[in-house]
Write a protein that binds this ligand. Structure first.
Ligand code: GTP
Ligand code: SPV
Ligand code: MN
Length: 597
């Protein structure tokens, strides 16, 4: 096998696998990604020549690039995502499944000669801090420079990873192929530590370290090895006395993780000296520490964040992080100053611009009921930004031991049912609360938007094995953690009868975090209700929020009828999950039904 540059490992197991993949895909050249700046710069130049990337205004957006994907390739595709365990039962009813040998055979036909005339890039990368207990290693083979440059931001990639590669590494093969949506496959072989992705070039489908490895494969490994991989942000809340408490929160895709992880406290708290530190915005790996608490790291190195709605008021920290070294995907291109724009950035849409498809864009034709065709930026357009460029990145970001978690928070988009916040009665009930999570669907995945679906722990698309076994693993972990975090549920998305959000959200969510941490420290009482502990309105500080006590009462109220109506839906969902739903979950469901009366 001929490499263009020196291999970064001499591990035979790794080299044999690369050779096998090269024999199948038949690239003209094979290049190891050292991720040194010279190499990346050369790749950026090449990608600009072929218009895979557009270099943006160097003065206003230094080292920033724009990329457009194919029009039919703009989000994760759950219908084309498969968990290929030997038995269908091990993948479970919620996942799509193909028998592994059949899948390898079917996809081999799509990979065959897919890299002829192209270069295969070999990206060695780590999820987590190199050499730490938490870290896991992978190699992604890809024919896309866009993927290389994104992986160089999103993971710790390059030369230093070489010495950690052994027979446990995660094998990722990505080929752009023809982008045929009917032959698009994102396949996981957890029993073989393997990921095969073909016919896509979008985000979560192809940046294999992210959802494919750090959630689907990692959740499988976590169950085997006694830890957890979760779709969670991690933040630290610093009090005026300098003490920092950490929380991890799981919300479904495009439901506010990045925003909460970087929030700027309202004036009232800021003046007192409160501050939020961002450890992670999408994925948490959690292990039991020697002190008996649950500790978390963010295995990623960057943010692949939703662009629309990001602005100086909603998320100034994310916006600041995108001002340099960023790759923008499917946003609007402002041709007058060669910068980018998206809906919700400001009220001045560019007059001379190209939309996310690269067509001349007329902002006056914008119709919020037909965003895909009339918006400047795609609703799921994204920025890939370096975590260290975020002004509020936590000083613990690189700590190999992670941070200790005081509270776990679940949440979703619920127009009516879920109150602003409630606390579970304990770990088992908290696991139940996670298992019945539901949310309105968003543009982050292909399919209808705004439909309520059950999304347990925000992990429905990301559990690499049977959902019932996953809940059993949560229960198992709860028994093993001497000092477990308390478990809460939030909902920023309650609406009034006209469909407007009642709660201001964003920075104001700090007020809810304060209540949550007070509960963790047993500093405040709460009202026991059928669904869990709900705050007394007086215990959520509203000073300067513009929210009236009456509105807060409304936000905290529990609509017993809609909860009762939910029970049958939950029961149907449990039936869909199937035989492996733990008995404890069914007991919790029956108990909830009884409490509701
Ligand atoms: P993924 O990266 O897909 O996992 O998404 P995410 O969970 O990180 O979501 P993100 O923070 O990017 O928010 C997605 C959308 O929700 C954006 O359009 C935000 O403006 C909106 N959003 C976030 N937080 C709030 C909030 O507190 N209230 C309201 N009303 N909208 C919010
Ligand atoms: C999500 O959809 O939850 C994301 C974006 O974070 S993607 O990387 O495409 O999965
Ligand atoms: Mn996500």
């Amino acid at each position: 096998m001929k490499f263009e540059n020196k291999p970064l490992t001499d591990n035979k197991y790794v080299l044999d696998w690369i050779e096998e993949c090269a024999a199948l895909t038949n690239p003209d050249k094979i290049v190891w990604i050292t991720a040194e700046e010279d190499q990346l710069e050369e790749l950026r130049k090449q990608a600009c020549e072929t218009k895979e990337l557009y270099k943006l205004n160097e003065e206003l957006l230094p080292n920033c690039y724009l990329h457009r994907t194919a029009v039919n390739d703009v989000a994760r595709v759950e219908a084309r995502t498969f968990i290929c365990t030997r038995t269908k039962e091990d993948a479970g009813n919620i996942n799509n499944w193909i028998e592994p040998q059949e899948c390898y055979a079917r996809l081999s036909k799509l990979y065959k000669n897919a890299m002829v005339g192209k270069t295969m890039y070999v990206i060695p990368y780590a999820m987590g801090q190199l050499g730490s207990t938490f870290a896991k290693y992978g190699v992604e083979l890809t024919d896309s420079i866009y993927v290389v440059l994104n992986m160089a931001i999103m993971t710790r990639a390059g030369t230093a990873v070489g010495k950690y590669l052994d027979e446990h590494f995660i094998k990722g093969l990505h080929a752009t192929a023809t982008l045929d949506p009917d032959n698009r496959y994102i396949c996981h072989f957890p029993e073989d530590n393997t990921i095969w992705s073909v016919n896509s070039a979008y985000g979560g489908n192809v940046l294999l370290g992210k959802k494919c490895f750090a959630l689907r494969i990692a959740s499988y490994l976590g169950r085997k090895e006694g830890w957890m991989a979760e779709h969670m942000l991690i933040l630290g809340l610093q009090s005026p006395d300098g003490i920092i408490k950490y929380v991890a929160a799981a919300f479904p895709s495009a439901c506010g993780k990045t925003n909460l992880a970087m929030l700027i406290p309202p004036e009232y708290y800021k003046k007192k000296g409160y501050k939020i530190w961002c450890v992670g915005d999408d994925i948490a790996w959690l292990r039991i520490g020697s002190d008996g608490r649950l500790w978390a790291v963010n295995p990623e190195n960057g943010f692949f964040g939703v662009a629309p709605g990001t602005n100086e008021h909603s998320n100034p920290n994310a916006l600041a992080a995108t001002k340099r070294d960023t790759i923008f995907t499917n946003v609007c291109h402002d041709l007058d100053n060669n910068t980018v724009w998206w809906e919700g950035l400001n009220d001045n849409p560019p007059k001379n611009a190209l939309n996310w498809k690269g067509e001349k864009w007329d902002y006056t034709k914008y119709d919020k009921n037909d965003k895909i065709n009339t918006s400047g930026a795609h609703p799921n357009s994204r920025f890939t930004a370096v975590a260290k460029n975020c002004p509020c990145v936590s000083p613990e970001f690189d700590n190999p031991d992670g941070v200790p978690i005081s509270a776990v928070i679940f949440g979703g988009r619920r127009a009516k049912t879920a109150p602003l916040v409630y606390q579970s009665f304990g770990w088992q009930h908290g696991t139940f609360v996670g298992s019945i999570m539901a949310s309105e669907t968003t543009a982050a995945a292909a399919g209808a938007i705004g439909v309520v679906r059950r999304d347990p722990m925000a992990m429905r698309p990301f559990v690499g094995y049977d959902m019932g076994d996953y809940w059993a693993h949560w229960l198992e972990m709860g028994k093993k953690i001497p000092n477990p975090p308390k478990i809460f549920h939030v909902n920023w998305f309650r609406t009034d009868d006209e469909g407007h959000f009642i709660w201001p959200g964003f920075g104001e969510n700090m007020r809810v975090l304060m209540w949550i941490l007070s509960r963790c420290e047993n500093k405040v009482d709460a009202k026991e209700t059928p669904i869990g502990f709900v705050p007394y309105a007086k215990d959520i500080n509203l000073e300067g929020s513009g929210v009236s006590e009456e509105t807060l009462e409304d936000l905290l109220s529990i609509d017993t009828e809609s909860w009762k109506a939910d029970i049958s839906n939950i029961r149907e969902f449990y039936a869909l999950v199937g035989d492996r739903v733990p008995t404890e979950m069914k007991i919790e469901l029956a108990a909830l039904e009884k409490r509701l009366g």
